[in-house]
Design a protein around this ligand. Structure first.
Ligand SMILES: [Zn+2]
Ligand SMILES: [Zn+2]
Length: 419
């Protein structure tokens, strides 16, 4: 009998950590962190590195990789990911150490040990680790992201990890159709809701950007350096904009890695056009120039918690001709959320006079999408919901039970499920 143990992402978004066990040996799927209100990383439940046959990292978001270096101490477990995930993970983990070093049980050395011992695995390639056979499949979430199919003891478990089933500028939809799995562990971030059609969101974004710049203003787009920043770059490059587009923060380094691993990009030509046409900020002189003339500034961090986007916000917020366009989820307690809810920012509560808008460019599958993906997978006996809030999970679970007639479980952290 194989066992699935939820070490993190049970009844919560993020902190992904799923352990598959058989005959005392484990295969760990992701080992990520979440951050509490004080921005301190919180880790998943413990696992002994020496009990692991291997670790699979599905993609480079910190909520899937942030705790993984802590497993690389005296012994080095086998670690696997797509080559792009490994490369981008190094940048993000270094950055995490810079911001949260004192709270972390590892340093740059552990990150280097982990990445350099990493085995690259491409979509569709099969690898054996003890009793486990592992294959990665494109999950459509961000470039290089993967769902993991695990075969053990004659049973098949599919861990979707973060998933998207629509075509975006940067990546195509997940490719899980036709797979066979007895158990599907699936994310449920948007289990209770559906996104507006992507094309509508893109159109509204471009229309709003055009209105602001043609009226003499500058648009600040706070964006995550992994994937969302490049998505907006590609969108602007595709539609063509007659004003300068500036790019600031880690978005640049990640864009370079995306170009290097262009087989994971839906339209490498588009990204390469954006990279060559747009202006990457090279210092304070550029920064001061960027917000003074009509144009667009894409800058990290995505929730305005810090980084260059916060600098631009301070310079741009009080001019009503400017725009602050948010393109990702804004977590409670962040500056982005404060602006959306109260129209002010910071402890000084500075009023934001610039035009504020929020756009749903989510890279997570919605409720209709989840049901559709599950329909496409063969012989599913059980669905396990992770990476979602309990409320959303309940709604989704009822729909799956009623519409698909499949057994659904909603484990909490620490729970085990036999399969
Ligand atoms: Zn996630
Ligand atoms: Zn993710």
């Amino acid at each position: 009998m194989a066992l699935l143990r939820v070490l993190g992402s049970g009844k919560e978004v993020g902190r992904a950590a799923i352990l598959v066990e058989h005959r005392g040996r484990g295969l760990l799927l992701d080992y990520g962190v979440n951050f509490n209100e004080d921005d301190i990383p919180i880790f998943p439940e413990h696992v002994r590195p020496r009990d692991l046959e291997g670790i699979v990292l599905t993609h480079s978001h910190l909520d899937h990789i942030g705790a993984a270096p802590s497993l690389f101490t005296s012994i080095t477990p086998e670690i696997m990911a797509t080559p792009l995930t490994l490369d981008v993970s190094r940048i993000l983990l270094y950055d995490m150490i810079k911001l949260n070093g004192p709270y972390l049980p590892f340093d740059e050395q552990s990150v280097d040990d982990m990445i350099s011992s990493g085995k690259t695995l491409h979509y569709g390639e099969e690898v054996n680790l003890g009793d486990f056979t592992v294959t990665l499949h494109d999950s459509g979430h961000i470039p290089g992201s993967a769902s993991v199919l695990v075969e053990v003891n004659g049973r098949r478990l599919l861990y979707t990890s973060d998933l998207n089933n629509i075509e975006t500028k940067l990546v195509g939809p997940a490719r899980l159709d036709g797979l066979k799995a007895d158990v599907v562990v699936i994310e449920s971030t948007y289990g209770a809701s559906n996104h507006p059609p992507r094309l509508e969101t893109e159109k509204r974004f471009i229309d709003s950007v055009t209105e602001v710049v043609e009226n003499g203003g500058t648009v600040l787009v706070p964006a995550f350096s992994v994937s969302r920043g490049q998505e907006i770059m590609c969108l602007l490059a595709e539609r063509g904009i007659d004003y300068p587009v500036w790019v600031d923060g880690m978005i640049r380094q990640v864009s370079e890695l995306y170009m290097l691993h262009s087989q994971y990009i839906r339209s490498p030509g588009l990204l390469s056009r954006a990279v060559s046409e747009f202006r990457f900020i090279r210092g304070w002189q550029d920064r001061r120039k960027a917000y003074r003339k009509p144009g667009v500034i894409i800058a990290s961090a995505g929730m305005l918690k810090g980084g260059p986007s916060l600098y631009y916000l301070k310079k741009m917020a009080t001019n009503e001709r400017n725009g602050v366009f948010m393109v990702s989820y804004q977590a409670p307690g962040t500056t982005g959320r404060q602006i959306l809810e109260e129209g002010v920012f910071g402890e000084e509560r500075i009023p934001v006079l610039a035009r504020v808008e929020w756009f749903d460019f989510s890279s997570h599958i919605d409720q209709n999408g989840i049901v559709k993906v599950l329909r496409g997978i063969n012989s599913v006996e059980k669905v396990v919901l992770v990476h979602g809030d309990p409320g959303a999970q309940e709604v989704l679970a009822s729909r799956i039970r009623e519409e698909l007639g499949i057994d659904v479980e909603l484990p909490a952290n620490g729970d085990s499920i036999e399969f």
